[in-house]
Design a protein around this ligand. Sequence first.
Ligand code: C5P
Length: 231
Amino acid sequence: PRIVAIVPAAGVGSRMQSSTPKQYIELQGKTVLEHTLNKLMKVGEISAIKVAISAADDYFSTLAINKQVISTVAGGRERADSVLAALGAIEQQSPDWVLVHDAARPLVCAHDIENLIAQCCAAKQGGILAAKVRDTIKRGCNSEDDGEFIDMTIPREHLYQALTPQFFPYELLRQALRDALAAGANITDEASAMEWAGHPVRLITGRSDNFKITTPEDLQLANFLLAQQVT
Ligand code: C5P
C-alpha cells in the first residue's frame, strides 16, 4: 500500500516559554523537527512526508533535509486544521494510508512505527501508538476559592495515553476530520475524529519514552535520551 506521512509542525509551542518554536530547538546538534523527520525516513514503507508549517515560519527552509521526499504545506489555526491542510495537499499522491506524527515527538523509535503499520495493515483498520497509564489518576474539582481538590479516582485499568504516530486509511480520516471539525467537535488528535465518526481505532502499545516535548523540563530529558539513540 502507498503510505504518506504527515507531520504537523505549525504550532507556536506557548508552553515552552521559548522564542524559538519547540520544533526548532536544537538538541544533540539537530533541531527537534530534523530528529523527528530522520526517524520517519528510516521507515521504508513511508513514500513521502508532508510537513505542515506556519505561514510565518523562518526556520524550515534552513534545514538540511531530503527535499525529494519531504515537502511543506501551510498549516492552520489548530492542529486538526494543519492535518486537514496536509491531507488536501497529498491528494495527488493517491495515498492508501496516512501516518500522522507530531513534530514534537523526536524520540519515537522506527520499530514502533513499523509495528503500528504492520498491525493496522493486517487488520485493515486504523490505530494509534498508546502507552498504558501507570500513575493513579484523579479527577479534580474546584472549591469556591480554595484551589482544587480530588473529586474522585478514575480506575486506570483501561486508560491509555494517546501517542503518535496515528495511522488511518486516507479517505476515511479525511472525511472524518472534515465532518468532525464542521460539527464543532473537540479534536485534539486524529483518533478523536475517527471515534467521533464511529470508526474502530486499534490501540497499539508503544514505548513510553515517545513523549511530546512540551515544557522546558522535557528538553533535558529528550536531550539525554537522544544522546543514547544517536550513535
Ligand atoms: O500544541 P501541541 O503540543 O498539541 O502540538 C502538537 C503538534 O501539532 C506539534 O508538532 C505542533 O507543531 C503541531 N501544531 C500544528 N498546527 C497548529 C498547532 C499545533 O501543526 N495550529
